[in-house]
Design a protein around this ligand. Structure first.
Ligand code: NAG
Ligand code: NAG
Ligand code: NAG
Ligand code: NAG
Ligand code: NAG
Ligand code: NAG
Ligand code: NAG
Length: 924
């Protein structure tokens, strides 16, 4: 659970407790009427069984001072407190509201209701006696009125909101005057409000709680904040534009500071030993703070610490002995760092959560794990732990909920078979790459909902007891990369994701239950036809059947699964025609049918798939003309029709703005004829501009909360990360003729252009020199004549140039890149002169270098490629095929050395990656 949610819950409980009943006192009639009027402005549907609206009990027949949530002053009888926290109110509070007639209010709590995105009325600024105002989590929106800063007696102001609603705003000016005017403030919580300001240097010295999480603050944290004398809680987390320095000496003099939450703030610094002075601390959150260096010994002074989060930094060295013995420690999260060395024994019984995944820890797992009787979550995955681990190590851990040992060098063994049982509490078990050979040891784990047994040595058949044991609980099941031979059926009622990729499954395709959303079963040896009962899986979002031997037709009814986003059946033996029923409103983003035996035409109903980003129909037997109408798909980024029987000329498009987002176009190895339409290149908007901001974004985990984790395991991120990266046109191996349209030179984002093996004539247009980021240019095997334009020599990014087998003549231009190309770039022309082909064009060149090393150099220098790798590998790591589709797309372009070298490197990196898989691996 995220910290924000956690504090929110705490706070809910708090407000429930504050319904103390008031001393009976005659209520003032006018105020009683105001309250009843107020009651009428709301509806309060009961929104869950634990809540009821106290308003429903307000009744004219009783004195209003005795109403729940109302407190009157003993002497004057004025209503001084109104506590409607979490009362299920729905409605708005406008400036005429009778609420504002309760002018003696000192405490007003309207938090956790639903004010329907209405604005906060400026009238709130008129409660001149108000000391406590709480409007948090109540669905207010818009600008926070500046009048709030008139409430100069406020001790506590809470306006925090759910960040993702991004609805409440506070201007920099109002933020300042708030801090300036509210000199009595003890507690200020503006978390989630869009402030987007620097932090001004004005804070009330009374402040005990300052929460400004996720407010878009930027700049540098003024050090004086750390020295506020009464501070107990400081939360500046998830302001990614904010940076800071740890005080080098004492923090605050009072030593009350107990919660310090600075996750997501950029420190780019060592963990300073001064943190060890804050001995009052019980929660320290420094996740994702760009911290480096080792953990200072002084941290062992924090004897009250309960929660210690230092994950996603670059901390290194050994984990100090003693940190696991801190007497109050509940949670220690050191994941995603570079810690090395062995683990010391665990001594603190208080430990509930130990997260050390993704480090370089080694050695045996300490036996003392079995004494951690309160442990709930243990994640040791992605380290270098070694040796045999007997599962009995965990049998005493009666509260164990999550155990992850994935991706180490350990072998899980079960020697004390007879008496072993898993704790009943165990629900998530991740044992990828743990040398697991059979499932028997899991019999006693009856409540599993998340089981990862991927990359193990499980053979044969999945035993029947598994299905009955896990029928109701199992949601995420990953048995990919094993040696399973058969799975007949998958009767698990609540299944959400099942991953059976890369096994040895034979026979027909097993159909999982209709709850299944992600279904991966690629890289097996399934034969037979795809049963039409697959269309009963109406919840499917991803269906990955690639690399099997499935045959027969693609069931037409697949077009009816309206939520389907990814349909990947590449490399099977599917035949017949493409399904024709893609209906309007289809969610399809990626359709990959590459490498089958599909015939006929490209169905026009694909034009209904407005979300389509990737369409790969390459390597089939399609027989059609160029589907220019696909150009109306607004999001289409990748179109491969290579290696089919497509033919005819490509006519000038008649529609405006076609293929606006296309970045990869592969029409190679077809039978297209005639001239290239000049008009086509006037569109292709995405290829006409280099957008330097389009980089593979680094994921910011802080934003993702539990509910969204599923999405990060799914499609969203991956698609976005990959597709920015690649801009290519491959028209090779056709029968195009005529001139190369000079408009190609306007597609300045192109990284790869291949028009080889056609009948192009005439000169090479000098406009190709505008392709300033092109890395591979192949014009070989055409009828091109004339000289090589001097402009090409200015392209510094060029790693591969092929002009061979044309009728070119004249001098080969000189330039930094041109000087590196070998003879075979030019051979088979009529009259090319100059190095490396011949002498006779003036000055000499650099000595010969080893071409292979050079090319590899180019490959590794290329930013495009390195981003491309990241994209692919992320795709791979998070269990998605999209990465693979594109990888495959490249692999199949084997007609240049350069690309096959890339292919080799890709395979290598995927293998490495498998050993050290990081993504798609979320906890909590
Ligand atoms: C500060 O509070 C006083 C009195 O409540 C008010 O008159 C003044 O306008 C406030 N100043 C700002 C900048 O809001
Ligand atoms: C904290 O620990 C360091 C060394 O570990 C020690 O020298 C120092 O005195 C301790 N400080 C406090 C306040 O306990
Ligand atoms: C830790 O990283 C720092 C650089 O941040 C490096 O200087 C130091 O040698 C590393 N220490 C260990 C033990 O790897
Ligand atoms: C293990 O189980 C056997 C029977 O299956 C029982 O006799 C024995 O006492 C058990 N041992 C322990 C240590 O619980
Ligand atoms: C799944 O199938 C069951 C009956 O087998 C049916 O009751 C249920 O509505 C189906 N669920 C979905 C999401 O289609
Ligand atoms: C795939 O299955 C067929 C028969 O179903 C078998 O002949 C073939 O050897 C299998 N291929 C592999 C790689 O196991
Ligand atoms: C789809 O599910 C329904 C109900 O579960 C079943 O009756 C029907 O036979 C299934 N359809 C196919 C094609 O298997």
């Amino acid at each position: 659970m995220g910290y924000r949610q956690f504090s929110f819950l705490l706070f809910l409980c708090f407000c429930q407790l504050s319904f103390f009943s008031s001393i009976p006192h005659p209520c003032r009639k006018d105020e009683s009427i105001s309250l009843l009027k107020l009651k009428k402005t709301f509806t309060y549907p009961s929104f869950d069984q634990h809540s009821f609206s106290i308003l429903s009990l307000w009744n004219i027949s009783r004195d209003c001072c005795s109403w729940d949530g109302v407190v009157c002053d003993d002497i004057t009888g004025h209503v001084i407190e109104l506590d409607l926290c979490r009362s299920g109110l729905v409605g708005t509070i406008d400036s005429n509201s009778s609420l504002f007639q309760l002018s003696h209010l000192q405490r007003l709590d309207l938090s956790s209701n639903n004010f329907s995105n209405s604005h906060i009325s400026p009238e709130f600024g008129k409660f001149s006696s108000l000391k406590h105002l709480d409007l948090s989590y109540s669905y207010f929106s818009g600008q926070i009125p500046s009048e709030i800063s008139h409430l100069s007696k406020l001790h506590s102001l809470r306006l925090s909101t759910f960040f993702y609603s991004k609805k409440l705003r506070l201007t920099t000016h109002d933020f300042k005057s708030l801090l300036q005017n509210l000199t009595q403030l003890r507690e200020l919580d503006l978390s989630g409000i869009n402030i987007s300001s620097i932090i001004p240097l004005i804070f009330s010295s009374h402040l005990t709680t300052l929460s400004l999480s996720e407010t878009g603050l930027y700049g540098i944290i003024p050090e004086s904040i750390f020295h506020l004398p009464n501070l107990e809680t400081l939360d500046l987390s998830f302001n990614y534009q904010l940076s800071g320095y740890f005080p080098k000496t004492k923090w605050n003099s009072s030593a009350y500071l107990s919660v310090l939450h600075l996750s997501g703030v950029n420190f780019s610094d060592n963990l300073h030993e001064s943190l060890g002075y804050i001995t009052s601390l019980y929660s320290l959150y420094l996740t994702d703070c760009s911290l480096r260096g080792s953990i200072p010994e002084s941290l062992l002074n924090l004897t009250r610490i309960e929660d210690l989060y230092l994950s996603r930094n670059s901390l290194n060295g050994t984990i100090p002995s003693g940190i696991f013995s801190l007497p109050s420690l509940n949670t220690i999260d050191l994941s995603n760092n570079h810690f090395s060395g062995q683990l010391e024994d665990f001594k603190s019984n208080s430990l509930k959560e130990i997260l050390l995944d993704d480090n370089q820890l080694q050695g045996h797992l300490p036996n003392s794990i079995q004494n951690l009787v309160n442990l709930m979550n243990l994640d040791l995955s992605f380290n270098n732990f070694s040796g045999n681990v007997d599962i009995s190590l965990f049998s005493n851990l009666k509260h164990l909920f999550l155990l992850s040992l994935s991706y180490n060098n350990i072998s899980l063994i079960n020697e004390k078979k007879v008496n072993f049982t898993w704790p009943e509490s165990l629900q998530r078990l991740q044992l990828a790459a743990c040398e697991v050979k059979e499932l028997e040891f899991l019999r006693s784990a009856k409540k599993l909902y998340d089981l990862d047994l991927s990359n193990n040595k499980i053979e044969g058949r999945i035993p029947d007891w598994t299905w009955s044991t896990w029928n109701f609980s199992m949601r995420y099941l990953n048995i990919s990369h094993n040696m399973l031979m058969s799975v007949d059926s998958i009767p698990l009622q609540s299944l959400y994701t099942i991953d059976l990729r890369s096994n040895l499954l034979q026979g027909s395709l097993p159909i999982p239950p209709n709850s299944t959303t992600y279904f991966f079963i690629s890289h097996n040896n399934l034969t037979e036809e795809i049963p039409s009962s697959i269309c009963n899986l109406t919840s499917l979002v991803i269906l990955d059947l690639a690399k099997n031997n499935l045959k027969g037709a693609i069931p037409q009814c697949l077009g009816n699964i309206s939520g389907l986003q990814v349909l990947d059946m590449h490399n099977n033996k599917l035949s017949g025609t493409l399904p024709t029923i893609f209906s309007n409103g289809s969610s399809l983003r990626s359709l990959n049918l590459h490498g089958n035996k599909l015939e006929g035409k490209i169905p026009q109903s694909l034009a209904n798939c407005k979300e389509l980003q990737i369409l790969d129909l390459g390597d089939n037997h399609l027989n059609d003309t160029f589907p220019m109408w696909l150009g109306t798909l607004p999001k289409l980024q990748v179109l491969s029709l290579r290696s089919n029987g497509l033919h005819g000329s490509i006519r000038t498009p008649t529609i405006e703005n076609i293929f606006p987002n296309l970045r990869m176009l592969d029409l190679s190895s077809n039978a297209f004829t005639e001239n290239l339409p000049t008009g086509l290149f006037q569109h292709l908007k995405a290829m006409r501009a280099i957008d330097p901001s389009k980089k593979a974004p680094t994921p910011r985990y802080g934003y993702y909360q539990d509910s969204i984790v599923v999405v990060t395991k799914g499609l969203e991120l991956v698609v976005e990360r990959i597709l920015f990266l690649y801009t290519t046109i491959d028209l090779s191996n056709n029968k195009f003729k005529g001139h190369i349209p000079s408009g190609i030179g306007d597609l300045i984002a192109l990284r790869v252009l291949n028009i080889s093996h056609n009948g192009f004539q005439g000169h090479i247009p000098s406009s190709l020199g505008n392709l300033s980021v092109v890395e591979s240019l192949d014009l070989s095997f055409n009828q091109l004549s004339g000289e090589i334009p001097q402009q090409l020599a200015s392209i510094t990014s060029l790693a591969v140039l092929k002009l061979s087998h044309n009728h070119l003549e004249g001098c080969i231009p000189k330039g930094p890149q041109f000087d590196t190309f070998e003879k075979n770039s030019y051979e088979g022309n009529d009259g090319l002169r100059g190095l490396p082909v011949s002498k006779g064009c003036g000055s000499s060149r650099m000595p010969e270098t080893d071409n292979t090393t050079h090319m590899l150099d180019e490959v590794s220098k290329s930013t495009f490629l390195s981003e491309f790798w990241n994209g692919i590998l992320m795709g791979y790591g998070s269990g998605l095929i999209i990465g693979f589709s594109i990888a495959y797309f490249m692999l199949s372009s084997r007609n240049s050395n350069w690309l096959s070298r890339i292919a080799e490197e890709l395979e290598y990196r995927i293998v490495m990656r498998r050993r050290k898989k990081k993504q798609g691996h979320h906890r909590r």
